[in-house]
Design a protein around this ligand. Structure first.
Ligand code: ZN
Length: 403
């Protein structure tokens, strides 16, 4: 088939072809994590033919330097001016899923797909294109899929760069880690939607809030993979509340996102280092997601556990008592799996939308976790989260973010 035919979106018989998106292979967790050894096929929003060799499209592109590149640092910024490896090419139908993990071009297609996937998810929540904060100076995001001898990932003015400390060791390649790419995309999207600081951020919690949202972007991203949602639900017999209340996700989970969100930290428990400082708020958002999920299960007759009666069980019962009292019956979970999965996806979107829509109520220079939590409640009240606002407020009070 002639590749040029796809740009016209017409079938050979002249009918308009449906826009189905473009296929890529993505590992929801790095492939050394048990259960995630095989990549999943994902469909990116731009239709086949709109993502070109690189990969590249109108929002982002991969540049794979031939020379040893140093990480960008101001005033050194994109576009990369040196020689590049040949771009990854689409197949005759415009897709990229023929590029498998053993191919030299895989780091390029994988990092592009992870970044584009997160942008697709957030544009879905915002309901329109997200304009980069670095436009119009730079019109597109540049993705550098590997920087040798650099054990880090970073994003900034027009770039997303992924290091590899030991190229022969898969675990050292950030481009294979959806979690890291999604975290960096979370920073870029928040800078684009919330805006930049005018001052130096003193007196606000702007930087810690950024870390909480970047991690939350990575959790939302994870919960868009069938592999991940299926594994999390089957492993827990669908009962996320008990695992969350007992802080037991951490030991049960192979997914880093779940482990880091399942914490019992309150605002008074953490120091001022930004990653540490972000944990109570991030944990509070995770609690909200679990509350919506368990409420939906209860309303739909899929669980006997009414979260409105059992909220904040941590305060009421010793963990061993709690476990005995609420031990889930797993025998009938299999028949409830698909309905439970639908509830988790709905909960994910209700909380995701409320967070994203809270940004327009916030001023970057005045962001604190308290103002962010209040804006989150307001955004929830105005949208699909309305029925859960009291539960959200309880979660944020328990975290000592609201009083
Ligand atoms: Zn970060």
């Amino acid at each position: 088939m002639d590749a040029t035919a796809h740009t016209s979106d017409t079938n050979p018989d002249g009918a308009v072809a449906p826009r189905l998106g473009t296929r890529f292979l993505v590992f929801p967790q790095p492939p050394y994590v048990p259960g995630y050894e095989n990549p999943e096929v994902v469909w990116l929003a731009p239709s086949a033919g709109r993502i070109m060799a690189g990969p590249s499209d109108r929002r982002m592109y991969v540049a794979d330097p031939l020379e040893l590149k140093r990480p960008y640092a101001y005033p050194d910024l994109p576009p990369y001016a040196g020689g590049l490896h040949p771009p990854a090419e689409p197949d005759a139908d415009g897709h990229f899923d023929h590029i498998t993990p053993d191919s030299p071009a895989f780091l390029a297609t994988h990092s592009f797909a992870c970044a584009r996937r997160v942008l697709d998810i957030f544009e879905g929540y915002v309901g329109r294109d997200i304009r980069w904060f670095f436009e119009p100076t730079l019109s597109r995001l540049e993705i550098i899929p590997h920087i040798v001898d650099w054990d880090n990932a970073q994003s900034g003015f027009g770039f997303l760069e992924l290091g590899e400390s030991e190229p022969e060791r898969m675990a050292s390649r950030f481009a294979l880690n959806f979690d890291s790419v999604a975290h960096e995309m979370g920073h870029l999207i928040l800078l684009s939607e919330l805006g930049l600081l005018e001052g130096d951020g003193a007196g606000s919690e702007f930087f810690a809030y950024h870390e909480a949202i970047a991690d939350f972007a990575s959790l939302l991203g994870l919960l868009h993979f069938d592999t991940a949602v299926d594994r999390i639900l089957r492993r827990t017999g669908g009962n996320l509340m008990i695992n969350n209340e007992l802080d037991r996700f951490a030991e049960l989970s192979d997914e880093r996102q779940i482990r880091s969100f399942n914490n019992s930290l309150r605002a008074g428990d953490v120091g001022s280092e930004v990653h540490d400082h972000s944990k109570p708020f991030a944990g509070g958002l995770f609690d909200c997601l679990i509350e919506v999920y368990q409420s939906l299960l209860f309303e739909r007759g899929l669980s006997d556990l009414d979260p409105r009666r059992f909220s904040n069980l941590r305060q009421q019962l010793a963990p061993d008592m709690l476990e005995v009292k609420l031990r889930p019956s797993r025998t009938d979970y299999e028949t409830k799996h698909f309905a439970s999965k639908a509830a988790l996806q709905e909960a994910r979107d209700i909380v995701g939308e409320s967070v994203v829509r809270s940004w327009r109520l916030l001023d970057p220079d005045d962001v604190t976790f308290e103002t962010a939590a209040e804006a989150f409640l307001t955004a929830a009240e105005r949208g699909r989260g309305r029925a859960y606002v009291e539960q959200f407020e309880d979660c944020m009070r328990w975290r000592e973010i609201l009083w």
